[in-house]
Design a protein around this ligand. Structure first.
Ligand code: SF4
Length: 290
């Protein structure tokens, strides 16, 4: 028998499914109620919490279609920017909606300012990193320190300027001591990023580093497995004003900060970027190609 779920319950179910997927659980079944028994309890996970750490990460298939959990339930709550065709205006509305955000603990752990995102709102190419660092927190712009300089060089090598792409992070406030963002912080903050993506409607998204890739794709896997393939990415819970845009192609490469620590991997990152360039029909400037 079908029944209508409340928006809160649907969102909670979507979050729970995402959580199970991070644990490597992808298949669910529904228990039939036992006649005369009490109301059915919440779905039972196939493993107990103490077993989670021992699970080997689920290997991604050759092509991994990423489906928005909320699309399963067709729940997309109305947002101020919906129906606004101009991406500049729509991004401003998202920024206003974010406000002086206190939605997660990071607002009281030493952030100087929110780092919303920067670049061309009409771009075909977005880069998404993990979180602001000290320089970004200071300047209010993503990727402005040494890693930012390297990202600029990577963008230049693709035959583009920084101003031609859009750059953002999974979370918008600097975690203390640049620690890795917690899962709940990512889940609280990333809906705003999803809305930014839906407004910008990029053709290609490049996830910079494992944290960004795993958070965007809800796949727990090694960088070696995550790189080198395309993913169909739909921003969960966000709606684009363009009905013709439903998803972006997503590629994974190394975070520039990692490349600073291990420059030998730059060649691998360049291979990733070349695949992106091919997809976008970009040609590198003569000097950039190695
Ligand atoms: S990280 Fe995101 S959700 Fe958390 S306080 Fe900052 S803007 Fe808000």
């Amino acid at each position: 028998m079908s029944r209508t779920l409340s928006p809160e319950l649907r969102r909670a179910l979507g979050e729970r499914i995402r959580y199970y997927r991070e644990l490597g659980i992808h298949d669910f079944y529904r228990r039939e109620p036992i006649p005369g028994a009490q109301a059915e309890p919440a779905p039972v996970a196939f493993i107990q919490p103490e077993q989670r750490e021992e699970m080997s990460p689920r290997k991604a298939a050759v092509a991994v279609p990423v489906v928005s959990e909320e699309s399963i339930f067709e729940v997309i709550a109305s947002k101020p920017e919906y129906g606004v065709a101009d991406p500049v205006k729509a991004l401003k509305m998202i920024r206003e909606d974010l406000g002086d955000c206190t939605r997660c603990r990071l607002h009281k752990q030493g952030r100087k300012q929110i780092v919303f995102g920067v670049g061309n709102p009409k771009t075909e190419l977005m880069f998404i990193g993990e979180a602001p660092g000290a320089d970004e927190d200071q300047q209010g712009e993503p990727f402005v320190g040494r890693a930012g300089q390297l990202l600029n060089n990577m963008i230049k090598a693709m035959g583009l300027e920084r101003e031609q792409v859009y750059i953002a992070n999974i979370i918008k406030c600097r975690p203390p001591n640049n620690r890795t963002p917690e899962r709940d912080e990512c889940e609280t903050c990333s809906p705003f990023l999803m809305r930014q993506i839906a407004v910008i409607r990029p053709k290609v998204i490049v996830a910079l580093g494992a944290v960004a890739a795993k958070s965007l794709l809800a796949i727990n896997d090694s960088m070696a497995n995550l790189r080198g393939r395309w993913y169909d990415f739909r921003p969960a819970g966000a709606r684009s004003s363009d009905p013709n845009w439903t998803s972006a192609k997503l590629a994974v490469t190394y975070h520039p900060a990692f490349l600073l620590r291990d420059p030998r991997q730059k060649k691998e990152a360049w291979k990733d970027l070349q695949r992106v360039m091919k997809e976008l029909g970009l040609k590198p400037p003569a000097k950039a190609a190695e």
